[in-house]
Design a protein around this ligand. Structure first.
Ligand SMILES: [Zn+2]
Length: 127
């Protein structure tokens, strides 16, 4: 199950941050997941519940923000929603010289700790 490896990576990453920061417990982990990242939110929730046991994330909530897939046309610079199932033809000129601008996100945006203010995982942001 793909979601289990994603959950384990999330837990690892936050547990590492907890060690580095001297935090004992996380209350919530906020993640952004793109529509096309291939992650099923319910399955990830379930995997996260298993993965967090015995870590500083035990009892922590997983807050998922789904990012809609969007693409940008290299020919006419139009931006459009890709939709599901994904359709990568430009809505403006019909061309296929497009790049995905959103929709593959899989990142931690913030962690709420039991003993302090939210820590923004800015190093994880890209694009
Ligand atoms: Zn176009």
């Amino acid at each position: 199950m793909h979601e289990m490896s994603v959950a384990l990576a999330l837990v690892d990453h936050v547990a590492e941050a907890a060690r580095a920061d001297g935090r004992e417990r996380a209350l919530a982990v906020h993640v952004q997941i793109g529509e096309l990242a291939g992650v099923v939110a319910d399955a990830l929730d379930f995997a996260f519940e298993l993965a967090r046991e015995g870590t500083p994330l035990e009892g922590a909530r997983l807050v998922v923000e789904t990012v809609p897939a969007r693409a940008r046309c290299r020919d006419c610079a139009a931006e459009f929603a890709v939709g599901a199932p994904p359709d990568l033809a430009c809505r403006c000129c019909g061309g296929t010289n497009v790049e995905l601008s959103h929709g593959r996100e899989l990142r931690i945006t913030a962690v709420e700790w039991a003993d302090g203010p939210a820590y923004a995982a800015s190093a994880d942001r890209k694009g």
